[in-house]
Design a protein around this ligand. Structure first.
Ligand SMILES: [Zn+2]
Length: 306
């Protein structure tokens, strides 16, 4: 059992080697053993241990709190984790921002105004406190240097404006369309298509007049719906001078505001339910009649056999 004779310093070195091999479970064990043998240079054993735990669950706020606390207990400046070198103070900044980001992301989307604004605030901090520098935890655990403070800020802003757009559409579709447009711009800067945001922005901005009640409505799919209908040219012509049309461009659907739409579909559900229940009752009566006939047939057959 050679392990018994290993000194703390050797265990510590073996732990660093294990990190180099990405054998993090072995590294955890060896750091703890080194610390138990009294070897913990500048409190780094626990720093490394808590970095590994953060890597195991990047969405756990407690992991970042532990790492932050351990970073406050070390005087080490630059340290290495595998091939990645970084300032411990930069890592502390990343932890603080990660905590803020996770807490903002965990807010309910019903609280969209606060959630959106909070995400925008966190984005601002990523820009000012990390900027063009890359995120070290991403380099360590994802093996790339693509994620920078500025890129993370774009991601957060895209998300924030999308949340604001989807929230505001209930009360103010015009404003919601503008927020979705901003979310689209951020997605584009990230190199994404932004198709979903663009489509929603266009839908939110679209206006219609309800064919049934004549009320204006903004926000297709939210505050008004297109319903398939037969619209003869005589009716199409009547809408020629309408600025806000009650029919679709291809004249195959009428636009109906959500209150009219839901009133019709609720009533039609009720009517269908009555028919359905009536049909079901008829079927059960028929089944009972057939069962009775089968029973009487069986009875007469058994009588004939005697
Ligand atoms: Zn209506």
């Amino acid at each position: 059992m050679a392990l018994f004779f290993k000194g703390g310093e050797q265990l510590y070195q073996e732990a660093l080697d294990a990190i180099g091999r990405k054998d993090y479970d072995a590294a955890l064990k060896k750091f703890q053993d080194a610390k138990e043998k009294g070897y913990d240079p500048d409190g780094l054993c626990m720093v490394y241990v808590s970095i590994i735990y953060v890597g195991k669950n990047r969405n756990n706020v407690r992991g970042y709190h532990h790492l932050l606390e351990n970073l406050h207990h070390t005087n080490a400046g630059t340290i290495k984790f595998g091939l990645t070198s970084f300032e411990t103070s930069d890592l502390a900044t990343e932890c603080e921002l990660a905590i803020m980001e996770i807490e903002a992301s965990n807010m309910s989307k019903d609280d969209y105004v606060n959630k959106g604004n909070r995400l925008i605030e966190v984005a601002g901090q990523y820009m000012s406190r990390i900027g063009e520098k890359n995120l070290k935890l991403d380099e360590i655990f994802k093996g790339n240097t693509i994620a920078t403070g500025n890129r993370e800020a774009l991601i957060l802003q895209a998300e924030a404006y999308s949340i604001l757009g989807k929230g505001y559409v209930r009360t103010d579709p015009k404003m919601a369309a503008e927020y979705m447009q901003m979310a689209y711009n951020f997605r584009k800067q990230l190199g994404d298509s932004g198709d979903e945001e663009m489509q929603l922005s266009q839908n939110f901005a679209r206006s219609a007049t309800c064919w049934i009640c004549g009320r204006p409505a903004n926000g297709q799919g939210i505050h008004f719906m297109a319903m398939r209908a037969d619209i003869e040219p005589v009716f199409q012509k009547m809408t020629d001078n309408d600025v806000v049309k009650p029919i679709s461009d291809d004249s195959r659907s009428v636009y109906v505001c959500m209150p009219c739409y839901t009133a019709i579909s609720n009533r039609s559900d009720e009517v269908s339910r009555v028919y359905y229940e009536r049909a079901l009752a008829d079927m059960r009566a028929m089944e009972a009649r057939l069962q009775a006939e089968i029973s009487s047939l069986r009875f007469s057959m058994s009588m004939n056999r005697r």
